[in-house]
Ligand binder design. Sequence first.
Ligand SMILES: NC(=O)c1ccc[n+]([C@@H]2O[C@H](COP(=O)([O-])OP(=O)(O)OC[C@H]3O[C@@H](n4cnc5c(N)ncnc54)[C@H](O)[C@@H]3O)[C@@H](O)[C@H]2O)c1
Length: 350
Amino acid sequence: MTATRIAMIGAGMIGRRHMQVLLGDPAYAVAAIADPTPAAEAFAKEKNIPWFADYQRMLDEAKPQGAIVATPNQHHVTAGLACIARRIPVLVEKPIADSVRAAVELVEAGKRADVPILVGHHRRHNPIMRAAAETIRGGGVGRVTAVVAMWLSHKPDDYYKVDWRRQPGGGTVLINGIHDIDCLRMMCGEIDGVQAFAANGVRGFAVEDAAAAAIRFASGALGTLAISDAVSTPWSWEWGSQENPFYPHEGRDSYMVTGTKGSLGVPSLEHWWHEPGQHWGDALTRRRVPVKPADAYIEQMANFAQVIAGAAKPVVSGEDGARTLAATMAITESAATGRPVAIDEFMRRG
Ligand SMILES: NC(=O)c1ccc[n+]([C@@H]2O[C@H](COP(=O)([O-])OP(=O)(O)OC[C@H]3O[C@@H](n4cnc5c(N)ncnc54)[C@H](O)[C@@H]3O)[C@@H](O)[C@H]2O)c1
């Protein structure tokens, strides 16, 4: 079996995580790394991987079969377009772009050139999220009616020493909340409107350190999402799912999806319901939806390799990434204007 040769554009925090997957499986090879920093150059040297300061040169010389774009948000579309121009399938980290207009531009370019784009919403590859979506979409909670979602965590001061993270587009809504929006879309279907508030009172940076959104789904279900990266809590996907061993495991739910026949906590996958004929004061029956854990980043890379081989479609397409981006940016847009934002209209105007 010949290894699938995948190049890295951007070898920072998440770029290293992808390379851990690539270097840990002989089915893959890191074709080259493009990242101008001395740290990236040293990493490439240590691992004996060709290194380039300039990613365009790298794409032309290393000729990878696929490329991963793990640069700052503001650079995803430029690098993605460079891959598409060379007909190289691309895994673009989330968010697909830093504006809806730029996301649509990238998606259209991919379609015109018939080059697939996979967007790095890795949680969609996590068996926990797959089981949650199957349970809900299979009618396990009846008609989804009200949804509560949270991403509440604490980032250390040095996280914000990186300049781009303090600039618009680098804040917690677009970095973290976007994953939760994507999970909500996966479980509960399309989001058609958002009304939100945001605040930056803790750090005082240009980017928000908290946001709260009311969400309307196309199905008619309603939801709320609370986001902050400046609070000490166990209520985030990471602390509940064990997806990333860096975080302690507290097993609390970050999503509560409730419906006419029952409810589901995620990531615990505790499924609750009343038996027919029971009253609201009766104890609920509960079970835990069975799931076999797997590493979401490994699963994501397996999908990417299949996409490169032409054997599968991206689990998260460019269109999906753009729609998730629009629903996420609608939070900042609504917070800035004080008005509700309709997602279809927002997609059209970019
Ligand atoms: N899916 C996930 O779980 C996940 C987790 C963290 C970050 N992300 C996303 O990944 C992206 C990167 O985040 P990070 O935390 O790794 O950032 P980071 O700052 O740690 O790394 C970014 C890297 O890109 C490099 N870079 C910048 N401009 C470049 C260019 N023109 N060419 C090549 N390299 C360039 C920088 O030198 C840096 O090493 C962001 O878009 C973020 O939203 C995704």
